[in-house]
Design a protein around this ligand. Structure first.
Ligand code: ADP
Length: 327
Protein backbone atom coordinates (compact mmCIF):
# COMPACT_ATOMS: atom_id res chain seq x y z
CA UNK A 1 0.00 0.00 0.00
CA UNK A 2 2.84 2.37 0.87
CA UNK A 3 4.20 1.87 -2.65
CA UNK A 4 0.82 2.69 -4.19
CA UNK A 5 0.49 5.87 -2.13
CA UNK A 6 3.99 6.90 -3.12
CA UNK A 7 3.18 6.22 -6.75
CA UNK A 8 0.01 8.34 -6.53
CA UNK A 9 1.96 11.19 -4.92
CA UNK A 10 4.61 10.99 -7.63
CA UNK A 11 1.95 11.10 -10.35
CA UNK A 12 0.49 14.22 -8.70
CA UNK A 13 3.75 15.89 -7.83
CA UNK A 14 2.83 19.20 -9.50
CA UNK A 15 -0.10 19.74 -7.16
CA UNK A 16 -1.86 18.60 -4.02
CA UNK A 17 -3.94 15.49 -3.65
CA UNK A 18 -6.36 15.21 -0.78
CA UNK A 19 -6.34 12.39 1.76
CA UNK A 20 -9.98 11.67 0.86
CA UNK A 21 -9.15 11.30 -2.83
CA UNK A 22 -6.16 9.06 -2.12
CA UNK A 23 -8.32 6.92 0.17
CA UNK A 24 -11.06 6.67 -2.44
CA UNK A 25 -8.73 5.88 -5.36
CA UNK A 26 -6.82 3.25 -3.41
CA UNK A 27 -9.88 1.91 -1.59
CA UNK A 28 -8.51 2.28 1.92
CA UNK A 29 -9.46 4.39 4.93
CA UNK A 30 -8.18 7.93 5.37
CA UNK A 31 -6.46 6.82 8.55
CA UNK A 32 -4.52 4.20 6.60
CA UNK A 33 -3.46 6.86 4.10
CA UNK A 34 -2.34 9.10 6.94
CA UNK A 35 -0.32 6.29 8.55
CA UNK A 36 1.49 5.43 5.35
CA UNK A 37 2.21 9.10 4.63
CA UNK A 38 3.79 9.37 8.07
CA UNK A 39 5.92 6.32 7.42
CA UNK A 40 7.08 7.74 4.12
CA UNK A 41 7.99 11.00 5.88
CA UNK A 42 10.03 9.03 8.41
CA UNK A 43 11.93 7.37 5.56
CA UNK A 44 12.96 10.81 4.36
CA UNK A 45 10.27 11.75 1.83
CA UNK A 46 9.50 15.43 1.91
CA UNK A 47 5.69 15.42 1.88
CA UNK A 48 3.97 18.70 2.66
CA UNK A 49 0.45 18.63 3.98
CA UNK A 50 -1.85 21.64 3.79
CA UNK A 51 -5.13 21.16 5.59
CA UNK A 52 -7.44 22.53 2.89
CA UNK A 53 -5.57 20.94 -0.06
CA UNK A 54 -4.04 17.65 0.98
CA UNK A 55 -0.58 16.19 0.35
CA UNK A 56 2.20 17.02 -2.04
CA UNK A 57 5.52 15.28 -2.56
CA UNK A 58 8.59 17.45 -3.11
CA UNK A 59 10.83 15.05 -4.96
CA UNK A 60 14.46 14.65 -4.04
CA UNK A 61 16.22 12.76 -6.81
CA UNK A 62 19.01 11.58 -4.52
CA UNK A 63 16.69 9.89 -2.01
CA UNK A 64 17.45 6.21 -1.79
CA UNK A 65 14.85 4.00 -0.22
CA UNK A 66 13.55 0.51 -0.76
CA UNK A 67 10.43 2.01 -2.39
CA UNK A 68 12.42 4.08 -4.87
CA UNK A 69 14.29 1.00 -6.05
CA UNK A 70 11.13 -1.09 -6.13
CA UNK A 71 9.25 1.50 -8.20
CA UNK A 72 12.14 1.65 -10.65
CA UNK A 73 12.14 -2.08 -11.37
CA UNK A 74 8.74 -3.48 -10.51
CA UNK A 75 7.49 -3.55 -14.12
CA UNK A 76 10.15 -6.18 -14.86
CA UNK A 77 8.30 -8.74 -12.67
CA UNK A 78 11.67 -10.32 -12.11
CA UNK A 79 12.25 -9.75 -8.40
CA UNK A 80 9.72 -10.61 -5.73
CA UNK A 81 11.09 -8.38 -3.00
CA UNK A 82 13.67 -5.70 -2.32
CA UNK A 83 15.31 -5.47 1.12
CA UNK A 84 17.21 -2.40 2.18
CA UNK A 85 19.43 -2.29 5.28
CA UNK A 86 21.44 0.41 7.02
CA UNK A 87 24.00 -2.16 7.99
CA UNK A 88 24.50 -5.89 7.52
CA UNK A 89 27.33 -8.44 7.76
CA UNK A 90 27.34 -9.37 4.09
CA UNK A 91 24.48 -9.14 1.59
CA UNK A 92 25.57 -12.45 0.00
CA UNK A 93 25.66 -14.21 3.38
CA UNK A 94 22.28 -12.77 4.36
CA UNK A 95 20.69 -14.14 1.19
CA UNK A 96 22.11 -17.58 1.88
CA UNK A 97 20.62 -17.43 5.38
CA UNK A 98 17.12 -16.45 4.29
CA UNK A 99 16.99 -18.34 0.98
CA UNK A 100 15.17 -21.33 2.45
CA UNK A 101 12.39 -19.17 3.91
CA UNK A 102 11.77 -17.56 0.53
CA UNK A 103 11.34 -20.61 -1.59
CA UNK A 104 10.85 -19.88 -5.25
CA UNK A 105 11.47 -16.16 -4.78
CA UNK A 106 14.08 -13.96 -6.39
CA UNK A 107 15.30 -11.07 -4.23
CA UNK A 108 17.42 -7.95 -4.19
CA UNK A 109 19.23 -7.04 -0.97
CA UNK A 110 21.00 -3.70 -0.60
CA UNK A 111 22.87 -2.33 2.39
CA UNK A 112 24.45 1.03 3.16
CA UNK A 113 27.25 -0.77 4.94
CA UNK A 114 28.68 -4.28 5.14
CA UNK A 115 30.67 -5.12 8.24
CA UNK A 116 31.89 -8.42 6.79
CA UNK A 117 31.82 -7.86 3.03
CA UNK A 118 33.53 -10.64 1.09
CA UNK A 119 35.51 -11.08 -2.11
CA UNK A 120 36.48 -14.40 -3.66
CA UNK A 121 38.13 -17.10 -1.53
CA UNK A 122 36.97 -15.47 1.69
CA UNK A 123 38.92 -12.28 1.07
CA UNK A 124 37.64 -9.07 2.56
CA UNK A 125 35.60 -6.55 0.56
CA UNK A 126 35.77 -3.06 2.10
CA UNK A 127 32.21 -1.71 2.29
CA UNK A 128 32.10 1.37 4.53
CA UNK A 129 28.82 3.06 5.37
CA UNK A 130 27.41 5.22 2.61
CA UNK A 131 30.50 4.82 0.45
CA UNK A 132 29.20 2.37 -2.08
CA UNK A 133 26.51 0.23 -3.58
CA UNK A 134 26.67 -3.07 -1.75
CA UNK A 135 24.00 -5.37 -3.11
CA UNK A 136 23.16 -8.98 -3.92
CA UNK A 137 20.59 -10.75 -6.02
CA UNK A 138 19.06 -14.13 -5.24
CA UNK A 139 18.44 -15.87 -8.57
CA UNK A 140 16.95 -19.21 -9.41
CA UNK A 141 18.16 -19.95 -12.92
CA UNK A 142 17.13 -23.15 -14.63
CA UNK A 143 20.62 -23.92 -15.89
CA UNK A 144 23.34 -26.50 -15.39
CA UNK A 145 26.02 -25.75 -12.76
CA UNK A 146 28.57 -25.55 -15.59
CA UNK A 147 26.84 -22.46 -16.91
CA UNK A 148 26.75 -20.53 -13.64
CA UNK A 149 29.95 -18.61 -14.34
CA UNK A 150 28.13 -16.99 -17.26
CA UNK A 151 26.11 -15.08 -14.68
CA UNK A 152 29.28 -13.34 -13.49
CA UNK A 153 29.88 -12.13 -17.05
CA UNK A 154 26.25 -11.04 -17.40
CA UNK A 155 26.59 -8.96 -14.23
CA UNK A 156 29.88 -7.43 -15.39
CA UNK A 157 28.31 -6.54 -18.75
CA UNK A 158 25.26 -5.03 -17.00
CA UNK A 159 27.51 -2.90 -14.79
CA UNK A 160 29.31 -1.59 -17.87
CA UNK A 161 25.95 -0.69 -19.43
CA UNK A 162 24.55 0.91 -16.26
CA UNK A 163 27.59 3.10 -15.64
CA UNK A 164 27.59 4.17 -19.28
CA UNK A 165 23.86 4.94 -19.26
CA UNK A 166 23.80 6.85 -15.99
CA UNK A 167 27.22 8.54 -15.96
CA UNK A 168 28.48 8.32 -19.53
CA UNK A 169 31.70 6.60 -18.48
CA UNK A 170 33.44 3.60 -20.01
CA UNK A 171 34.52 1.05 -17.43
CA UNK A 172 36.44 -2.04 -18.44
CA UNK A 173 36.02 -5.64 -17.35
CA UNK A 174 39.06 -7.37 -15.94
CA UNK A 175 38.10 -10.99 -16.52
CA UNK A 176 36.29 -12.51 -14.81
CA UNK A 177 34.84 -10.34 -12.06
CA UNK A 178 36.39 -6.90 -11.66
CA UNK A 179 35.43 -3.56 -13.14
CA UNK A 180 38.26 -1.19 -13.82
CA UNK A 181 38.28 2.59 -14.14
CA UNK A 182 41.52 4.51 -14.78
CA UNK A 183 43.50 1.30 -14.26
CA UNK A 184 42.05 0.70 -10.78
CA UNK A 185 39.37 -1.51 -9.32
CA UNK A 186 36.02 0.30 -9.16
CA UNK A 187 33.72 -2.65 -8.58
CA UNK A 188 33.70 -6.38 -8.10
CA UNK A 189 31.25 -9.22 -8.66
CA UNK A 190 31.05 -12.26 -6.41
CA UNK A 191 28.93 -15.17 -7.65
CA UNK A 192 28.16 -18.06 -5.34
CA UNK A 193 25.94 -21.00 -6.09
CA UNK A 194 24.16 -23.87 -4.46
CA UNK A 195 23.71 -26.79 -6.84
CA UNK A 196 23.11 -30.47 -7.36
CA UNK A 197 25.23 -32.33 -9.88
CA UNK A 198 22.91 -31.54 -12.73
CA UNK A 199 20.94 -28.47 -11.68
CA UNK A 200 21.37 -25.19 -9.88
CA UNK A 201 19.27 -24.60 -6.76
CA UNK A 202 20.11 -20.93 -6.52
CA UNK A 203 22.76 -18.37 -7.31
CA UNK A 204 23.73 -15.41 -5.14
CA UNK A 205 25.17 -12.61 -7.20
CA UNK A 206 26.91 -9.91 -5.19
CA UNK A 207 28.11 -6.58 -6.58
CA UNK A 208 30.16 -3.98 -4.77
CA UNK A 209 30.64 -0.61 -6.45
CA UNK A 210 32.81 2.07 -4.85
CA UNK A 211 30.79 5.26 -5.17
CA UNK A 212 31.71 7.91 -2.59
CA UNK A 213 34.93 6.53 -1.12
CA UNK A 214 37.51 9.27 -0.68
CA UNK A 215 40.15 7.30 1.15
CA UNK A 216 40.92 3.60 0.88
CA UNK A 217 42.91 1.58 3.41
CA UNK A 218 46.68 1.64 2.74
CA UNK A 219 46.80 -1.75 1.00
CA UNK A 220 44.14 -0.64 -1.52
CA UNK A 221 45.27 2.95 -2.13
CA UNK A 222 47.05 2.17 -5.39
CA UNK A 223 44.63 -0.54 -6.51
CA UNK A 224 41.13 0.79 -5.89
CA UNK A 225 39.14 3.81 -6.97
CA UNK A 226 35.63 5.23 -6.62
CA UNK A 227 33.23 7.14 -8.86
CA UNK A 228 33.62 10.21 -6.64
CA UNK A 229 37.42 10.14 -6.91
CA UNK A 230 37.30 9.78 -10.68
CA UNK A 231 34.38 12.05 -11.54
CA UNK A 232 34.40 14.53 -8.65
CA UNK A 233 30.62 14.95 -8.57
CA UNK A 234 27.64 13.76 -6.56
CA UNK A 235 26.51 10.36 -7.76
CA UNK A 236 22.92 9.14 -7.65
CA UNK A 237 23.15 5.57 -6.35
CA UNK A 238 19.51 4.80 -6.97
CA UNK A 239 19.81 5.50 -10.70
CA UNK A 240 22.83 3.20 -10.95
CA UNK A 241 21.06 0.36 -9.12
CA UNK A 242 17.90 0.68 -11.20
CA UNK A 243 19.85 0.91 -14.45
CA UNK A 244 21.97 -2.10 -13.44
CA UNK A 245 18.96 -4.25 -12.58
CA UNK A 246 17.27 -3.33 -15.87
CA UNK A 247 20.39 -4.07 -17.94
CA UNK A 248 21.00 -7.27 -16.00
CA UNK A 249 17.43 -8.44 -16.45
CA UNK A 250 17.61 -7.98 -20.20
CA UNK A 251 20.82 -10.00 -20.60
CA UNK A 252 19.93 -12.56 -17.93
CA UNK A 253 16.42 -13.33 -19.16
CA UNK A 254 17.51 -13.94 -22.75
CA UNK A 255 20.23 -16.25 -21.43
CA UNK A 256 18.05 -18.04 -18.90
CA UNK A 257 14.96 -18.36 -21.09
CA UNK A 258 16.49 -18.86 -24.52
CA UNK A 259 20.13 -19.74 -23.88
CA UNK A 260 21.12 -16.57 -25.72
CA UNK A 261 24.46 -15.28 -24.43
CA UNK A 262 25.62 -13.35 -27.51
CA UNK A 263 24.89 -9.81 -26.33
CA UNK A 264 26.73 -10.41 -23.05
CA UNK A 265 29.75 -11.78 -24.90
CA UNK A 266 29.75 -8.80 -27.23
CA UNK A 267 29.74 -6.33 -24.32
CA UNK A 268 32.41 -8.31 -22.44
CA UNK A 269 34.67 -8.49 -25.50
CA UNK A 270 34.23 -4.85 -26.48
CA UNK A 271 34.84 -3.58 -22.96
CA UNK A 272 37.59 -5.88 -21.82
CA UNK A 273 40.60 -4.73 -19.83
CA UNK A 274 42.13 -8.17 -20.36
CA UNK A 275 41.92 -9.08 -24.05
CA UNK A 276 44.99 -8.28 -26.08
CA UNK A 277 47.12 -7.98 -22.95
CA UNK A 278 49.85 -10.09 -21.43
CA UNK A 279 48.38 -11.91 -18.43
CA UNK A 280 49.43 -14.16 -15.59
CA UNK A 281 46.82 -16.57 -14.31
CA UNK A 282 47.15 -18.42 -11.03
CA UNK A 283 44.69 -21.30 -10.59
CA UNK A 284 45.45 -23.40 -7.53
CA UNK A 285 49.08 -24.45 -7.87
CA UNK A 286 49.50 -23.66 -11.55
CA UNK A 287 50.66 -20.43 -13.10
CA UNK A 288 49.99 -19.68 -16.76
CA UNK A 289 51.54 -16.79 -18.63
CA UNK A 290 50.42 -15.69 -22.04
CA UNK A 291 48.45 -13.24 -24.10
CA UNK A 292 44.69 -13.04 -23.57
CA UNK A 293 43.29 -13.46 -27.05
CA UNK A 294 39.54 -14.01 -26.75
CA UNK A 295 36.57 -15.17 -24.73
CA UNK A 296 35.08 -18.41 -25.98
CA UNK A 297 31.34 -18.91 -26.44
CA UNK A 298 31.00 -19.73 -22.72
CA UNK A 299 32.74 -16.53 -21.66
CA UNK A 300 35.91 -18.37 -20.63
CA UNK A 301 39.29 -16.79 -21.26
CA UNK A 302 41.55 -18.08 -24.02
CA UNK A 303 45.24 -17.35 -23.64
CA UNK A 304 48.11 -18.07 -25.99
CA UNK A 305 51.66 -18.72 -24.78
CA UNK A 306 54.85 -17.73 -26.57
CA UNK A 307 54.87 -20.99 -28.55
CA UNK A 308 51.43 -20.21 -29.95
CA UNK A 309 49.73 -22.87 -27.80
CA UNK A 310 46.25 -21.94 -26.65
CA UNK A 311 44.64 -22.71 -23.32
CA UNK A 312 41.19 -22.09 -21.94
CA UNK A 313 41.05 -20.59 -18.47
CA UNK A 314 37.92 -21.38 -16.47
CA UNK A 315 38.74 -19.52 -13.29
CA UNK A 316 41.68 -18.10 -11.44
CA UNK A 317 43.50 -15.01 -10.28
CA UNK A 318 44.28 -13.01 -13.37
CA UNK A 319 46.89 -10.28 -13.33
CA UNK A 320 46.81 -8.03 -16.35
CA UNK A 321 49.93 -6.16 -17.36
CA UNK A 322 49.42 -2.48 -16.58
CA UNK A 323 46.72 -2.98 -13.95
CA UNK A 324 47.34 -3.02 -10.22
CA UNK A 325 51.11 -2.95 -10.48
CA UNK A 326 51.69 -6.04 -12.67
CA UNK A 327 54.54 -5.00 -14.95
P1 ADP B 1 39.97 -10.29 -7.33
O1 ADP B 1 38.77 -10.34 -8.18
O2 ADP B 1 40.84 -9.09 -7.58
O3 ADP B 1 40.73 -11.56 -7.29
P2 ADP B 1 38.27 -10.52 -5.03
O4 ADP B 1 37.06 -10.68 -5.88
O5 ADP B 1 38.69 -11.66 -4.23
O6 ADP B 1 39.47 -9.98 -5.86
O7 ADP B 1 38.05 -9.28 -4.10
C1 ADP B 1 38.76 -9.13 -2.87
C2 ADP B 1 39.99 -8.24 -3.02
O8 ADP B 1 39.64 -6.98 -3.55
C3 ADP B 1 40.63 -7.93 -1.67
O9 ADP B 1 41.59 -8.89 -1.36
C4 ADP B 1 41.23 -6.56 -1.87
O10 ADP B 1 42.51 -6.63 -2.46
C5 ADP B 1 40.32 -5.92 -2.89
N1 ADP B 1 39.29 -5.04 -2.28
C6 ADP B 1 38.65 -5.15 -1.09
N2 ADP B 1 37.72 -4.20 -0.94
C7 ADP B 1 37.75 -3.44 -2.07
C8 ADP B 1 37.03 -2.31 -2.52
N3 ADP B 1 36.06 -1.74 -1.80
N4 ADP B 1 37.36 -1.82 -3.73
C9 ADP B 1 38.31 -2.36 -4.50
N5 ADP B 1 39.02 -3.43 -4.13
C10 ADP B 1 38.75 -3.98 -2.94
Amino acid sequence: MKIRILKALKENKDGYISGAKLAENLEVSRTAVWKHINQLKKEGYNIVSVSSKGYRLLEDQSLMTREEIFLGIKDLSFLDEVYYFDTIGSTNTYIKEIEGKNSGQQLLVISDEQTAGRGRLGRKWESPKGDGIWMSLLLRPRISPFEASKITQIAAAALVEALRNVLGIDVKIKWPNDLILSGKKLAGVLTEMNAELSSVNYVVLGCGINVNTIEFPDDLKDKATSLKLELDKEINKKDIIVSFIRAFYKLYSSFEKAGDYEETLKICRENSATLGKQVRVISGDTVEIGKAIDLNSNGELIIEDENGDQKTIFYGEVSVRGINGYL
